[in-house]
Design a protein around this ligand. Structure first.
Ligand code: SAM
Length: 275
């Protein structure tokens, strides 16, 4: 197996990748005008790429509608809006998912964000022009190594998190890594917790080598099989709504898909812990 040349994940021009749901966030939450938005995004994206050579940056996927396009989005918003709801965005990158909620009037004081790369999170304040307004707490950690049971930074989340966001994140790890990461998510959860996100998949589930290590692309069956193991190991039960979707349905452009094999697809998941 050869490691991919990450330049295939870089599209110089934003083109048609700016869609209404994220435009709404920049207008509503950041106060950016439509006229200034494209040049602003180009400037920030140039700074973000050296910090994380991922498709989510290079292919402008941080602008995808993401969970805003889920049919369950109104329920997710309603859930997040409940008083005292605690929300964490894992592998937050630039932090657009938290801004999406903020633009829909979800209070930001009880939001947390976690990432290995603090500079992306810092750049997010410039991207969304909300330094001093976004009250979310940032946890700088490797989620594969984090000791969520003892590390004090997780104390407000441990067994108390209502909504866990994991967009374009868990697929970065191999099968065992995804199990370990999801076990940590379970440790942060309680009955009623929602776990929501989307990630790349393949119709034929398989592992890949990437610059950061091995990753595993699921199909629906392998995702469910992995979660069967996690539920057994953690003695929890979850309702799992996972759907395979075409990547164009996420809002990706055909030219962004050329580096991928034919059986590419996306997995959207909305899960609720029952017990
Ligand atoms: C593909 S990006 C997704 C970012 C964002 N959630 C989005 O949807 O655009 C993956 C993010 O996970 C972070 N990351 C990678 N490995 C990590 C780890 N082991 N622990 C915590 N964060 C990690 C990267 O720094 C990057 O910001």
């Amino acid at each position: 197996m050869t490691v991919i040349d990450t330049s295939v994940w870089f599209q110089p021009e934003i083109g048609p990748r700016l869609q209404p749901s994220i435009q709404f966030v920049f207008r509503q939450w950041s106060g950016l005008t439509d006229e200034e938005l494209k040049s602003h995004l180009h400037r920030i994206r140039e700074q973000a790429w050296p910090l994380g050579e991922f498709p989510c940056i290079g292919l402008w996927m941080f602008l995808l509608p993401g969970i805003a396009a889920f049919p369950q989005f109104p329920q997710i918003l309603e859930f997040a809006r409940r008083p005292e709801s605690r929300i964490v965005d894992l592998g937050c990158g630039l932090g657009q998912d938290l801004r999406l909620l903020a633009a829909h009037d979800i209070p930001t004081e009880r939001m947390w964000a976690l990432d290995l790369e603090p500079h992306l999170w810092r750049l997010g304040f410039e991207l969304f022009r909300d330094e001093g307004r976004l009250q979310a707490s940032f946890i700088h950690a490797d989620f594969l190594e984090a000791d969520v049971n003892d590390d004090g930074r997780f104390a407000p989340l441990r067994g108390q998190t209502d909504l866990v966001l994991a967009s374009q994140f868990l697929h970065l790890f191999d099968w065992d890594g995804q199990i370990a990461a999801n076990q940590r998510i379970v440790a942060l959860s309680k009955p009623g917790t929602m776990l929501v996100g989307f990630q790349q998949g393949r119709k034929q589930a398989r592992a890949y080598i990437r610059p950061w290590g091995m990753m595993y692309y699921h199909n629906r069956d392998s995702f469910l099989r992995m979660w069967e193991t996690i539920q057994q190991q953690t003695n929890t039960r979850w309702t799992i709504d996972v759907s395979a979707v075409a990547l164009q349905q996420w809002g990706m452009q055909d030219e962004d898909l050329e580096w991928m094999p034919e059986d590419r697809m996306g997995l959207n998941f909305v899960m609720t812990r029952e017990t």
